[in-house]
Design a protein around this ligand. Structure first.
Ligand code: NOJ
Length: 567
C-alpha cells in the first residue's frame, strides 16, 4: 500500500495525472460462480487494485443489456444487468472503492441504445410518423417500394448501417440507422428528449458517487439530418456522421452538469479522430476534461513513430490546456504483448486476421518497456485489466465460443475482440484459475492452457514478473515528485552514437527516461538507475541499455558515486 493513501483523492484536479484502471466487468472476477464476471467479484479484488496503485477504475457498461455488443447495447441506463449485480451493489462498490482512495468512472453510451430499450420498442410499436420514432433515425427507403436503404454509410463494425422494419401487417416498413449492429439503433441527438435524458443519466450516476464518465463513440452522436452520402474526401466537419461541429454543444451541456457538483465530475471521451486539431476541440475548457490518445496506442513499436506521436500529442493538447492521456490497449484492441511481437505492430481496426504470427518473448519485452515509457509521459495513464499481468491476446479461441459481433460482421475474417476479453487468472490452480469460486461454472470464454502461470498468484511473489514491474512503476509514479515536473526531450543525453530513430530520451525534472528500440547503447554517465524494464548489461565503458528496454534514471547528486558506471 502506498504511504500517501490518506491524501489520495482530495485534489479537484486528480484526473490530470491519474492512473485509471479499466475493468471489463464480464471478465474481471466472478463472485457468484455463474461464469460471468460481476460486481461482487470486483468488490473482492478492490484491495488488489489499491495495492497496484490505481487512482480510479473505469467500468465498461454494467447496465441492463442483452449483451449483443458486450453491454454497449444498453436497455436501461439506471439498472445494473442482473448478471453483474444490483444497483445497490454498484452503490456499495463505488463507496468501498472510494474508501480505498479509488474513484469510479462509469461508461455512458450516448450514440445508441439497445433495440430492447423502452424508447426503441415504443418507436417500433408506434409506427411511421410517430413522435416516438423521432428519437431515432427512422426513414423510408429509396427506390421503388422503398427497398433501398436511405444511405450507403458503412458501419464501424463493417457492413451496412440500416435495417428495415416490418409493419404490424407484415409488410416491409421504414429503415432505421445503426452505426454499429442492428441491435444498437442510433439516437437522434437533434431531439430534446435525447439531450435531456442523457443529462439526467449523468446526474443519476454522479449522485451515486461516480467521479466521472467515459463517453462511448463520442464523436459520432450528431448526424446530418439531410442524410447525404459520405463525400470521397470530407473536409473538417463535413462528414455526415463523424465529428460534426454541432456535437460540441452536447459536451458543453455535460460539462456544466459535471461542474455543478462540489467535487466536479470528469468527462473522458472516446474520440477516434486522425485530425489532431479537431480532436483537441473536444478538450476545450468548457467541454471534456480528457480523451483517449488512440494515436499513441495504435503506433507500431518504432522509435520514430512513437516520438512523433508523443510530440504531436503534446502539441495538440497545449493550446487547450488539457492533459494528454497514454493508453496501450483496451477491450477493443490486441493485447500489447501480442501486438508488439508482430512484424507490423501498428493497430488498425478491421485489420486483425487469424494466424498472424507474433514473437511473444519480444512482445513481452517491448510491453514492459512501453509500460515505463507511457507511465513517464505527462498526463493520465490507462491500464487495461490484465495488461499488468502481461496477458497475451488469446488467438485460438474455438470458433463456436466467439461472441463478438465484429467477428460475425466481418464474415468471420476478423477474429474480433474476444481474445483480449478472456477472464483473468487470479490463482495458479482451480477450475477457473480463481476467476470464479472453485467448482463454479466455466468462464464465459475459456481460459487457455498455461493461464495459471500468468496469474496474479504466480506473479505476485516473483520480482521479475510483469505484475511486480507494474507495481513498481505505479508506486514510483506516485511518490516521485519528478513526475509532476515539465517534460523535455533529452536528445543531448542520447547515449553513444544512438539517434532518435532508435532511442527515446526525455526528462521530467531530474528524472530521465530512456527507451531503447535499437541495439544496446551505453547509459549516460552521472545517473542512478531507479527502475529498468529488463536487466541492464554491464560493459567496460559503462552500463548498457539492451534492445527493447526502458530505464528511469536520476541524476546522481554531486559527490556521490554514479550508479550507471562501474566503480
Ligand atoms: C466503443 C467501445 O469501446 C466498443 O467496445 C463498442 O463496441 C463500440 N464503441 C460501440 O458502442
Amino acid at each position: 500500500m502506498r504511504e500517501d493513501d490518506s491524501t489520495r483523492g482530495t485534489d479537484a484536479t486528480w484526473w490530470r495525472d491519474a492512473v485509471i484502471y479499466q475493468v471489463y466487468v464480464r471478465s474481471f472476477a466472478d463472485g457468484d460462480g455463474d461464469g460471468t464476471g460481476d460486481l461482487a467479484g470486483v468488490r473482492q479484488h478492490l484491495p488488489y487494485l489499491r495495492d497496484l496503485g490505481v487512482d480510479a477504475i473505469w467500468f465498461t457498461p454494467w447496465y441492463l443489456s442483452p449483451l449483443a455488443d458486450g453491454g454497449y447495447d444498453v436497455a436501461d441506463y439506471r439498472e445494473i444487468d442482473p448478471q453483474f449485480g444490483t444497483l445497490a451493489e454498484a452503490e456499495q462498490l463505488i463507496a468501498e472503492a472510494r474508501d480505498l482512495g479509488i474513484r469510479t468512472i462509469v461508461d455512458v453510451v450516448p450514440n445508441h441504445v439497445s433495440a430492447a430499450h423502452r424508447w426503441f420498442q415504443a418507436a417500433l410499436a408506434a409506427g411511421p410518423g410517430s413522435p416516438e420514432r423521432e428519437r431515432f433515425w427512422f426513414h423510408p427507403g429509396k427506390g421503388p417500394g422503398g427497398d433501398e436503404m436511405p444511405t450507403h454509410w458503412v458501419s464501424d463494425f463493417q457492413g451496412t448501417t440500416w435495417t428495415r422494419t416490418t409493419n404490424p401487417d407484415g409488410t416491409p416498413g421504414e429503415w432505421y440507422l445503426h452505426l454499429f449492429t442492428p441491435e444498437q439503433p442510433d439516437l437522434n441527438w437533434n431531439h430534446p428528449d435525447v439531450r435531456r435524458e442523457h443529462e439526467d443519466i449523468l446526474r443519476f450516476w454522479f449522485d451515486r458517487g461516480a467521479a466521472g464518465i467515459r463517453i462511448d463513440s463520442a464523436a459520432l452522436l450528431v448526424k446530418d439530418a439531410t442524410l447525404p452520402e459520405v463525400p470521397a474526401h470530407p473536409g473538417p466537419g463535413e462528414h455526415p456522421h463523424v465529428d460534426r461541429d454541432e456535437i460540441h454543444d452536447v459536451y458543453r451541456g455535460w460539462r456544466a452538469v459535471a461542474e455543478s457538483y462540489d467535487e466536479p465530475r470528469v468527462l473522458v471521451g472516446e474520440v477516434w479522430l486522425a485530425d489532431r486539431a479537431r480532436f483537441a476541440q473536444y478538450l476545450r475548457p468548457d467541454e471534456m476534461h480528457t480523451a483517449f490518445n488512440f494515436d499513441f496506442m495504435a503506433r507500431p513499436w518504432d522509435a520514430k513513430a512513437l516520438r512523433e506521436s508523443v510530440q504531436t500529442t503534446l502539441d495538440a493538447h497545449a493550446p487547450v490546456g488539457a492533459p494528454a492521456t497514454w493508453v496501450l490497449s483496451n477491450h477493443d484492441v490486441t493485447r500489447p504483448v501480442t501486438r508488439y511481437g508482430r512484424e507490423d505492430s501498428a493497430f488498425a481496426f478491421g485489420a486483425k486476421r487469424f494466424g498472424t504470427p507474433t514473437d511473444l518473448a519480444a512482445g513481452r519485452r517491448r510491453a514492459r518497456a512501453a509500460a515505463l515509457l507511457s507511465a513517464a509521459l505527462p498526463g493520465s495513464l490507462y491500464v487495461y485489466q490484465g495488461d499488468e499481468l502481461g496477458l497475451p491476446e488469446v488467438e485460438d479461441l474455438p470458433l463456436d465460443v466467439i461472441n463478438d459481433p465484429m467477428h460475425f460482421r466481418s464474415g468471420g475474417v476478423d477474429p474480433g475482440r474476444d481474445g483480449c476479453r478472456v477472464p483473468l487468472p487470479w490463482t495458479r490452480g482451480g477450475t477457473s484459475h480463481g476467476f470464479g469460486p472453485d467448482g463454479g461454472a466455466h468462464p464465459w470464454l475459456p481460459q487457455p492452457a498455461g493461464w495459471g502461470e500468468v496469474s496474479v498468484e504466480a506473479q505476485a511473489g516473483d520480482d521479475a514478473s510483469m505484475l511486480s514491474l507494474y507495481r513498481r512503476v505505479l508506486a514510483l509514479r506516485h511518490t516521485e515528485p519528478a513526475f509532476r515536473a515539465d517534460f523535455a526531450w533529452a536528445d543531448d543525453l542520447l547515449p553513444g552514437d544512438a539517434t532518435g530513430d532508435q532511442v527515446l530520451a526525455f526528462t521530467r525534472g531530474d528524472l530521465l527516461c530512456v527507451v531503447n528500440l535499437g541495439p544496446a547503447v551505453p547509459l549516460p554517465a552521472g545517473y542512478d538507475v531507479l527502475l529498468a524494464s529488463a536487466d541492464l548489461e554491464p560493459g567496460a565503458a559503462g552500463t548498457r541499455l539492451p534492445t527493447d528496454t526502458a530505464a528511469w534514471l536520476r541524476r546522481t547528486p554531486p559527490g556521490h558515486a554514479t550508479g550507471t558506471t562501474p566503480a
